[in-house]
Design a protein around this ligand. Structure first.
Ligand SMILES: [Fe+2]
Ligand SMILES: [Fe+2]
Length: 145
């Protein structure tokens, strides 16, 4: 499957968030590579479990972060995360029960979802935080990120 390069225009400038985003793409590429290399199912399932866990961890850290900033778009953002989680959990179940195989179309769908989410939903909260930080520093408070 095609290796997908990280698009550096998706960097948020928040180191913890950027490393989690890059990790998601890394795991997606690992899934593609394991599928191409005909690795045993257990290996694919183990990588997919890491991918699912990393999404969960990332989404909950982002949601805590947004809640801490009283971000007004939090509920809509949480819905996008929840939709993706239900899709990847469904996929995980199908792969484990061999009802479905990991295909280039699935990989492309997940990569596109990530790219689109980073460019829209994540970019929106990052912009909100930057504006809040500017206001805080004008008031003489420490920047938050
Ligand atoms: Fe997000
Ligand atoms: Fe994110």
């Amino acid at each position: 499957m095609k290796h997908i390069e990280w698009d550096s225009s998706n960097d948020t400038g928040i180191p913890a968030i950027d490393s989690q985003h890059r990790q998601l793409l890394l795991l997606l590429n690992m899934l593609g590579k394991a599928t191409d290399g005909n690795e045993p199912d257990e290996k694919l399932i183990a990588i997919l479990a890491r991918f699912v866990d990393s999404n969960e961890l990332h989404f909950s850290s982002e949601e805590r972060f947004m809640a801490g900033m009283s971000y007004p778009g939090l509920d809509d953002h949480k819905k996008e995360h929840a939709n993706l989680m239900s899709y990847v959990r469904h996929l995980q179940g199908n792969l484990m029960s061999k009802q479905e195989a990991f295909t280039p179309a699935i990989m492309l769908y997940l990569a596109k979802w990530l790219d689109n989410h980073l460019k829209t939903a994540d970019a929106a909260y990052v912009e909100f935080i930057q504006v809040q930080n500017k206001k805080s520093s004008r008031r003489g408070l420490l920047p938050l990120a």
